[in-house]
Design a protein around this ligand. Structure first.
Ligand code: ADP
Ligand code: MG
Length: 379
């Protein structure tokens, strides 16, 4: 994989660089509510500017279904990017030092399954530039025109963010230091099953909390009330538990609520009574998970331990996150909601070794899948 540093040493003065970034930021009431993703790409843009290149940035935003949707225009992102760079960013029409194209997914060819359609769109994109740089780690698992096809049509390089993410993921998969403890949570087991299987052979302990632990509890024959359940996964979870022995660690208590609301009545239980919902791991489980994390040399955490967005169910995620910050070893947080939880709960994000920007992409990498965006850069 050729990197941005190599491009800079080859020289880019006066050249036009097409840069794929992941500027898919969250909005609230028409305003950007978290510009973290814009900030992560600034080092790459600044390095290219300082080297004298004209940078044409492109990104997707949301899921506009292949046609223009004013609510998903990147125009506000161009303004914020300009403010953060301290230089105007021209929008839609590439001109000047830095410009941003409109939402790539307004064109159905960007995400088309048809190779010829994507190739045609990629051809139009690369016509704007001499060189391609990919810094959209959050999109490298997609076989999309701007991530995959363009890389075959121009000299292609990995930006700083992609280089860093790949370094971190390599450290988690190739000879990780032991003890290696993985903490998984979040809502859907089916999304993370493949990663559980893959990590079972690499990690010493897999601590499982969040909504997905209830499918495992069901597999153990426990009462889960109306907690989140993926019925079709119960059997697979039973098999995993049988295979994993004591390497899979489940919560020993949960915070149950009589309804999914901040003002719900709550109690800490071992099994969830009928009609109640398990919405967080309990205090005893936080202590148990912290004891398993103690002394770890490598930690990967993906997925909140509970519904951290609602205050009465945030303690599990906060407790486990704090335990991870106390680990001396190499600690990595992956997953959009997990990173959001770190910020929302006011945890010092500098206390982690790395916070990944791409949830889906990092999970697929850990599963051992080939990521189209990376394979295109390695061609
Ligand atoms: P990430 O984006 O970090 O990969 P996920 O998207 O898998 O994480 O899951 C995050 C969501 O899981 C959060 O919105 C959180 O509220 C939800 N969640 C966690 N625990 C539970 C639970 N016990 N019941 C229902 N939802 C839960
Ligand atoms: Mg998520």
């Amino acid at each position: 994989m050729k990197t941005l540093d190599q491009l800079l040493s080859e020289g880019v003065r006066g050249r036009r660089v097409l840069l794929r970034a992941d500027l898919n930021v969250p909005f609230k009431d028409g305003e950007i509510s978290d510009d973290g993703r814009i900030r992560t790409v600034l080092p790459t843009i600044n390095a290219l500017r300082e080297a004298g290149a004209a940078v044409i940035v492109m990104s997707h935003l949301g899921r506009p279904k292949g046609k223009p949707d004013p609510a998903l225009s990147l125009r506000p992102v161009a303004e914020r990017l300009g403010a953060l760079l301290g230089t105007p960013v021209s929008f839609e029409n590439p001109s000047g030092e830095v410009s941003l194209l409109e939402n790539l997914r307004f064109d159905p060819r960007e995400t088309s399954k048809d190779d010829a359609e994507r190739a045609e769109f990629a051809g139009e994109l690369v016509a704007l530039a001499d060189v391609y740089v990919d810094d959209a780690f959050g999109a490298v698992h997609r076989k999309h025109a701007s991530v995959y096809d363009v890389a075959f049509r121009r000299p292609a390089y990995a930006g700083y963010l992609v280089v860093r993410e790949v370094e971190v993921l390599k450290r988690l998969t190739e000879n990780p230091e032991h003890p290696y403890v993985v903490v998984l949570g979040g809502s859907k087991v089916s999304d993370k099953l493949a990663v559980i299987e893959a990590l079972l052979t690499k990690a010493d302990k897999l601590l499982i909390g969040g909504g997905m632990c209830f499918t495992f509890f069901k597999a153990q024959g426990k009462q889960i009330g109306s907690s989140l359940l993926q019925e079709e996964m119960v059997e697979t979870c039973a098999e995993l538990l049988a295979r994993a022995g004591d390497r899979i660690v489940l919560p020993v208590d949960v915070v149950a609520a009589d309804k999914f609301a901040a003002e719900a009545e709550t109690r800490v239980v071992q099994e969830v009574p009928e009609g109640w919902l398990g919405l967080d791991i309990g205090p005893e489980s936080v202590r148990l998970f912290a004891s398993k994390l103690d002394g770890a040399k490598t930690v990967f955490w993906n997925g909140p331990m509970g519904v951290f967005e609602i205050e009465p169910f945030a303690a599990g995620t906060l407790g486990v996150a704090e335990a991870i910050t106390k680990v001396d070893g190499f600690t990595v947080v992956g997953g959009g909601d997990s990173a959001a939880a770190v910020r929302a709960l006011g945890i010092d994000d500098g206390a982690f070794g790395h916070i990944s920007t791409g949830g889906g992409a990092s999970l697929e990498y850990l599963e051992g899948k080939v990521l189209p965006g990376l394979s295109a850069l390695e061609k």
